[in-house]
Design a protein around this ligand. Sequence first.
Ligand SMILES: Nc1ncnc2c1ncn2[C@@H]1O[C@H](COP(=O)(O)OP(=O)(O)O)[C@@H](O)[C@H]1O
Ligand SMILES: [Mg+2]
Length: 231
Amino acid sequence: MESLVTIEGVSKSFGSGNKKVDLLDDIDLSIAPNQLIALRGRSGSGKTTLLNLIGALDQPTAGDIYIEGQPIGNYNEKQRSNLRQSKMGFVFQSYGLVPFMTVEENIEFGLRIAGVSRGVWKAKIKEALELVGLSKRGKHYPYELSGGEQQRVGIARVIAVRPMLILADEPTAELDSKTGIRMIHIFQELVKNRTTTIIMTSHDPVILEMIEHVYALEDKKIVYKKNEIIV
Ligand SMILES: Nc1ncnc2c1ncn2[C@@H]1O[C@H](COP(=O)(O)OP(=O)(O)O)[C@@H](O)[C@H]1O
Ligand SMILES: [Mg+2]
């Protein structure tokens, strides 16, 4: 099967001189479509950095990333932005909600940016809020919600769009375990319907155990850890 995301010889460093931090060293990874993938690794191991590279939010120091076979390394800012808007959805660790928009408006904003036709916005917002269990919070502003609720709005905003590729950074970090498991079940449904690929990060053993494909970032390298018992 054709690879959806191909990471080829990717290295990433920040800074220079004696402040240089090498995070990723010559990483190769190929991700087929319609999978739920988890990335784990200790704090500071480069999980967010790798998601940002795949999401064309940042560029590798060396190597190439291909999305559907297209190398994105030489894309200009406009092309990168088009790629993100047409094919990707992000669940940020810090939620990334627009503070002066209600929950519904935040989700609507995501649909608008993704170019989803206006006629279906209302139904999609309703469905996404039901899925994450926040139907009663649509008119609330982010500051009126708990961290966990804001995190679920962040998830609702991307599942409403159903982009080809969802990049979710610690999407269950602020959730109690029952709600976290519920969100992973939603992710599994999306993937099973064969419309979406999800790459998420987590260091929660309960969550990781639910996910078939787990990769670990260890010593700047990526290691496959399928079904490994994590202690
Ligand atoms: N823009 C940046 N400039 C300098 N250092 C950075 C930058 N982004 C991340 N880092 C450093 O890279 C390391 C890994 O970051 P990150 O990818 O956020 O790890 P993780 O998500 O696994 O916790 C951190 O120690 C951080 O200080
Ligand atoms: Mg991180």
